[in-house]
Structure formats: structure tokens, C-alpha cells
Design a protein around this ligand. Structure first.
Ligand SMILES: Cc1ncc(C[n+]2csc(CCOP(=O)(O)OP(=O)(O)O)c2C)c(N)n1
Ligand SMILES: [Mg+2]
Length: 330
């Protein structure tokens, strides 16, 4: 990774951090409602993997903790914020909200609320790629707790059986809401579980964006070369509660302190300062520019956008077969 790429990546990660922190504030201000799951602490995962992918060409799918993945795939942050504000200028016309960010033109295939829901969808997307003989791959990000869903086992079995071009990325933040992984999961190392489907795997430090990038580059090469699925486990930690309604009272303070020192943005910043690639001053300037952009462009855009019109209420509801609508009888 050359110096310009590193600096851009640091900027993107810092932007993601500030974007999510501003979402937190907007929620407290009641500008955002419903569910809101934030990504601070996990930035190196999405950025390391997607930097190694071909965004816009490869398909990406993830859970409800989805804003940062969407933005890295190319979805306009203004359209993401407007979506969170339930405005018509949002990427789903304000009808989806935080858990359902989508950007089909960037091949960002969502944003899903159902834990484990994307596993089979990713396999299906990969099957489509295979049938069309494309060289895209599908990248499916999900949390550690999702691996206890039946869909994980069903999908990974089929993915290997059909040798599908899918990369499963497990963002292992050690918790599924308030349940620590060793209380819910017999095999704590997630990368070991996939050996029962004969899928190659790797486990890396998910707080170090360069390590994630390297591991993802190898994983993607494997998948793109036609060798079938791969499973990458990234060890990470979320710095906030599971969602805005989570008091975050269940994690040992010492654990939070230890992981707090592994802040992916700060670690990367310090490394680039150490190597002389940036100065403390550069970082501060970058931060100020980002804060300004978020406030003056992104928040302002979301604030000033229109509420969805009444006509949108049933526009995206499939009614063509409903006899009450088509005039037939039941
Ligand atoms: C099918 C289903 N069951 C339960 C839930 C409730 N639920 C929401 S998030 C979550 C935990 C998921 O944890 P993990 O997969 O580790 O992802 P993380 O939130 O840590 O990123 C649960 C059980 C749900 N959304 N969908
Ligand atoms: Mg988790």
C-alpha cells in the first residue's frame, strides 16, 4: 500500500468515525428514530476488506450495522444521512432507515435486519455471478453471533458444494447484543468452524487496517481465481453499545479499556506519524475538514431535505396481485 493510499484510507476511517458519532448525536436530538447500530471501533474491518475489493464491481452485503460499508462502496454519505433522517432524498427514499441502506448502482446490496439473513442471499448472488461467468465476487460481512443461525451452515455448505465466488467476512466483536461469545458459542474461534465445510479460512487482527487489507487481498484472490468460498475472521470490538437502546452495562470495564487502546483510527494515525507520512498537524486539519463537511454539507442536506410525500406510501408495496386493488374477488 503506497503512502497516498494509506493517507486516503486514514481519512476515510476518520470520516466513518465522525459520521457515526454525529449519527449518535442526531439520534439524541431525535432527528433519527428507530433502530441505530453504530460502527466505531470496527472501522478497519470494512475499510481493509473493501480497499482490497473492487467496489462497484464486486457485490457487498451486510447486516444492520451498515452505514460505513455503504459509504465505502460509494453510496453518497448525504443520501445515507438523509435516509437516517427518513427524508425522501435518502438512498431508499427515507423508507428503509438505518438497517436498510442500499445502493444498487454501487452493488451495495444492503443492509439487513435479520441476523444471518445475508448468508443465503450472498450465496445466491454468487451463484448468479457463476452462472453468468462473471469475474465479480460477493462479499458478505456479518457478526459473530450470526454464525449460530441455521442459514450460516446451510449457506456455507452450498457455497462450498457449488464452489461459489463468495467471501464471508466475520466481524467478531465478541458479543451478540449483551451475550459474550463464550456464553453462546461452543467453538469460540469462528474461522475453525468452517473447516467442517472444507472452506479455507484465516483469522486476523481486525483493528489493524493494513493487516486486514493484506489478508483480504489473499482471500479475494482465492475467491476470484475460481477456487470457491473463503472465510475471513476479523477480531474487533465495538466502542458503543449494540444499538442506541443498549445501556452497554454488561461488558467488563477492563475489557473495554484494553480494546479501547486498540482504536483502529488512532493506531493507524500513530503509525503514519511514526513513519513520517503525516504530522499531528495534518491529522488535526483532516479532522477539522471532516467535521466541517459533515456539519455543513451532510447534516445540512439531510435537515433541509423533504419528508417523503404521501404518494410514496404505497408506491413500493407490491399490490398487483391483491384482488382488493385489482378489482377481482378473493
Ligand atoms: C433472526 C434474528 N434473530 C434475532 C435478532 C435480534 N438481534 C439483533 S442483533 C443480534 C445480535 C447479533 O450479533 P452479531 O451477529 O455478533 O452482530 P453485531 O451486532 O455484534 O455486529 C440479535 C440477536 C434479529 N435481528 N434477527
Ligand atoms: Mg457481534
Amino acid at each position: 500500500m503506497n503512502s497516498d493510499v494509506k493517507k486516503r484510507l486514514l481519512r476515510e476511517m476518520l470520516f466513518a468515525r465522525r459520521f457515526e458519532e454525529r449519527c449518535y448525536e442526531a439520534y439524541v436530538e431525535r432527528k433519527i428514530g428507530g433502530f441505530l447500530h453504530l460502527y466505531p471501533g470496527e472501522e478497519a474491518c470494512a475499510h481493509g476488506v473493501l480497499e482490497a475489493a473492487n467496489c462497484g464491481h464486486d457485490y457487498v452485503i451486510t447486516s444492520y450495522r451498515d452505514h460505513v460499508h455503504a459509504i465505502k462502496c460509494g453510496v453518497d454519505p448525504k443520501a445515507v444521512m438523509a435516509e437516517l433522517f427518513a427524508k425522501e432524498a435518502g438512498c431508499c427514499k427515507g423508507l428503509g432507515g438505518s438497517m436498510h441502506i442500499f445502493g444498487v448502482e454501487h452493488r451495495f446490496m444492503g443492509g439487513y435486519a435479520l441476523v444471518g439473513g445475508p448468508f443465503p442471499l450472498a450465496a445466491g448472488i454468487a451463484k448468479g455471478i457463476q452462472m453468468k461467468k462473471g469475474n465479480e465476487i460477493c462479499i458478505c460481512f456479518l457478526g459473530d453471533a450470526a454464525n449460530n443461525q441455521g442459514t450460516f451452515h446451510e449457506s456455507l455448505n452450498m457455497a462450498k458444494l457449488w464452489n461459489l465466488p463468495v467471501l464471508y467476512v466475520c466481524e467478531n466483536n465478541l458479543y451478540g447484543i449483551g451475550t459474550r461469545i463464550d456464553r453462546s458459542t461452543a467453538v469460540v474461534d469462528q474461522y475453525k468452524r468452517v473447516s467442517s465445510y472444507n472452506i479455507p479460512s484465516n483469522q486476523v487482527n481486525g483493528q489493524d487496517v493494513e493487516l486486514v487489507y493484506e489478508a483480504a487481498t489473499q482471500a479475494i484472490e482465492h475467491v476470484r481465481s475460481g477456487k470457491g468460498p473463503y472465510f475471513l475472521e476479523l477480531m474487533t470490538y465495538r466502542f458503543r453499545g449494540h444499538s442506541m437502546s443498549d445501556s452497554n452495562a454488561y461488558r467488563p470495564k477492563n475489557e473495554e479499556r484494553v480494546w479501547g487502546k486498540r482504536d483502529p483510527v488512532i493506531m493507524f494515525r500513530d503509525r503514519l506519524i511514526e513513519t513520517g507520512e503525516i504530522t499531528q498537524e495534518d491529522f488535526k486539519n483532516m479532522d477539522n475538514e471532516i467535521l466541517e463537511e459533515i456539519e455543513q454539507e451532510i447534516i445540512r442536506f439531510a435537515d433541509e431535505s423533504q419528508e417523503p410525500s404521501m404518494e410514496l406510501l404505497d408506491k413500493y408495496v407490491l399490490v398487483e396481485n391483491d384482488p382488493y386493488v385489482t378489482g377481482g374477488s378473493r
